[in-house]
Write a protein of this length. Structure first.
Length: 74
């Protein structure tokens, strides 16, 4: 299906850099790039868990800090 690609890898890389996301060419047919893509996803998740910004997807909108209600046993 490579002949049906309408943009170059360089254009895709430039765009992904401009929106600050990782870019990996993958193909389920040839099994290329799949491991690299999953490794990048795992790295991003680990970065969020260790030092992610407050309000990130893993920390929730309040940054993970919940205020206890008065007389609450939680």
């Amino acid at each position: 299906m490579e002949d049906s690609i309408k943009v170059t890898a360089a254009e895709l890389k430039q765009y992904s850099d401009s929106i600050k996301v990782d870019f990996v060419l993958t193909s389920a047919l040839t099994d290329s790039g799949i491991d690299e893509a999953f490794e990048k996803i795992i790295d991003r998740i680990e970065d969020l868990k260790v030092g992610g910004p407050a309000g990130s997807a893993l920390h929730g909108p309040g940054g993970g800090s919940k205020k206890k209600k008065k007389d609450c046993a939680c």
